[in-house]
Structures are given as C-alpha cells and as structure tokens.
Design a protein around this ligand. Structure first.
Ligand code: GDP
Ligand code: CA
Length: 313
C-alpha cells in the first residue's frame, strides 16, 4: 500500500515513524519541507529532513525530537572557545551529516540523491524526499524586521509576532520527478500534523505540488496539529493567529480545503465535526496526541484505516 506523507520536522516525523511501523518496508515515502534550510560555517543544514531521517532511522533524541540521541557537543564547545556564537546546537554526530551533505552538494549532487544515500546508510526502510532540489528560504515579517526561519525559531526563541511569510526562491523551484512520481503512485496521501504555514505551506507552494496532490485520486487525510485550540509544541498557534487564521482544527481544515478529503482531529475537538463536514471533509475524532512510540503506531494505523488502506484492520 503506497503511502505518501507530507511532513515538516518534529510533529511530522512522529506520525511518519508510526506510518513506517505500520506499513511494509518500502511503502512509505515522506516528502519533507526544506524551506527551513540554512547555511552555517559553510555547512548546509536541513533541520526538517534531518529530524525525519533521524526519527525514521531510530537515532533521534526522544527528549528534544531533533538531533541524535546520546549525542556529544565537543565540536560546538570548541567553536564557542573560538568565540563563535553557537546559538544553533549541532552535535558531533549530527555534524557528520552536514559535512557530508555539504561536500556532496558542492560537487554538484542533488539534495534528493544525497538524502536517499544518507537514509539508505542509516537502514531506513522508507524513502525521504526533499520537497525540491532548489534552495527556498522561509522569511518572516516581524516587528523586529525580516527574519529567516532559524533566526526566528531558535536564535530569538519564537518571541516575535509573525505578520507575513515570504518563501524566498520558491517561484524558481520545481517539484522533483521523485516527488511527482510518488504522488502519482500513492494510494493514500497523508498530511502529517506539522505546522500548516511554515512546514506544509512551503511544500504545497512548490510549483507543481498542488496540482499533483489534487489530480491524485487517492484518499487524502490530514491530521490536525492544533488540539483544543493550541499547538502541542512550538509557535503554530501564535503564528496562525497573527496571520489571521482561526486557531482550531476547523481552521486547519479550511487551510487544506480542496486538497484534503478527510480530517483527523482529537477527541477534544469533537464538537467541530459539523463545521469540518461542512467543508466537504469526513472527520475522524480520536486520540491525536502521540506521547510515545505505541501512540505513533496506533494513530498511524487509525489514519490508514480511515483512508481505507488497511482493509480488515
Ligand atoms: P517542526 O518543523 O519541528 O516545527 O515540526 P512540524 O511543523 O512537523 O510540527 C509542529 C507541529 O506538530 C505543532 O503545531 C504541534 O502542535 C504538532 N504536534 C507535535 N506533536 C504532535 C502530536 O503528538 N499530535 C498532533 N496531532 N500534533 C502534534
Ligand atoms: Ca521545521
């Protein structure tokens, strides 16, 4: 059962891990946001790709959701000693990923192929695809000026009000052949519970992507990242509000109107069932919080069952 999942970082990776556990090896392809990517000390860092890759590879740090477990930070300590501002935490093992990726990019290899090689080496039984091979940068309009995503998110701790979003470079990007083939062959498309504006938004903004999703006859299921009017983690709720969206499962459904035909919401949002149905979507209310590994698998199986792709389960 071929499943394509759209994902950002931590929230997306959790459901992707559940989907991987629920499906036969090779059946899951995760299409990942790369608009958070940035360069530091000559290294090209892809936070969402790495979070998905480390999570699916079973090496992610379960406490943070990002980075590698049992990680050391000796190289970062040395950079601090050299007087560098080490606001972005890069572990020693994590650095190996960035060093190798950057070297291969410089030699002309595409991010799609590099990501495939790295995830293959980690023994990941799924395919991980960047949303495109061209660089795209999420730039946020805030009272403090234009900030790139990592400046806003990590350096300044998500304190600034986001008044607008620019996806710099997206008009020159193209959906890759790998992404288009995946969507064309998908029997289910899952929108993971990732930030709709800065994780799923950039993926959908890549030219060719929306058309590829809408032209697929597969059931399309979104899992709401907003539960009881709040994000479980991160600034999605504040961001949605300041950008003029309704901060609720219904608000998420509205953002995906025309793209998704099924919404998974938490029991806490059961009372929004009719509002979401009015948008032409079927609703499944369940426990949408993934606290641990069994939760991820359970929610993933419910999502697949809801899409009709786990017949008899
Ligand atoms: P980031 O790129 O690391 O910020 O992560 P994502 O964009 O993939 O995910 C952020 C979103 O994940 C937030 O809006 C959270 O509310 C949502 N999220 C995190 N954990 C869960 C969960 O267990 N269940 C649901 N439904 N959403 C979650
Ligand atoms: Ca991210």
């Amino acid at each position: 059962m071929k499943v394509a999942a759209l994902a950002g970082g931590v929230g997306g990776a959790k459901l992707a891990a559940g989907l991987q556990a629920a499906l036969p090896p090779g059946d899951l392809t995760v299409i990942v946001n790369t608009a958070d990517d940035f360069d530091l000390w000559g290294l090209h860092i892809c936070p969402d790709l790495d979070t998905v890759m480390y999570t699916l590879g079973g090496v992610a740090n379960p406490e943070t959701g990002w980075g590698i477990k049992n990680e050391s930070f000796d190289a970062l300590g040395m950079l601090t000693r050299y007087g560098e501002d080490t606001w972005f935490k890069l572990g020693d093992r994590d650095l190996a990923t960035h060093v190798l990726r950057s070297a291969r990019l410089r030699s002309g290899e595409l991010l799609t192929s590099i990501t495939a090689a790295l995830s293959n080496s980690l023994g990941i039984p799924s395919y991980i695809l960047p949303m495109c091979d061209e660089p795209v940068s999420t730039m946020l309009d805030t009272p403090a000026g234009k900030l790139n995503f990592q400046e806003y998110f990590v350096r300044r701790g998500q304190q600034d009000e986001v008044r607008g979003i620019e996806l710099r470079g997206v008009e020159k990007a193209r959906s890759t052949a790998a992404v288009l083939d995946t969507l064309a062959g998908a029997e289910t498309i899952v929108f993971c519970p990732s930030n709709p504006v800065v994780s799923i938004g950039p993926i959908l903004a890549v030219p060719g992507m929306r058309e590829a999703v809408t032209s697929s006859p597969a059931p399309k299921v979104a899992v709401s990242p907003i539960i009881g009017g709040r994000a479980l983690k991160g600034p999605a709720d504040k961001m949605l509000a300041s950008l003029g969206h309704e901060v609720s499962a219904t608000g998420i459904a509205r953002m995906y109107e025309g793209l998704v035909d099924r919404m998974v919401v938490d029991h806490a949002d059961e009372d929004e069932r009719n509002d979401i149905s009015d948008l032409g979507m079927t609703v499944l209310a369940t426990d949408a919080v993934m606290r641990d590994e069994p939760d991820r698998g359970r929610l993933a199986r419910e999502v697949l069952g809801f899409a009709g792709s786990l017949a008899g389960r």
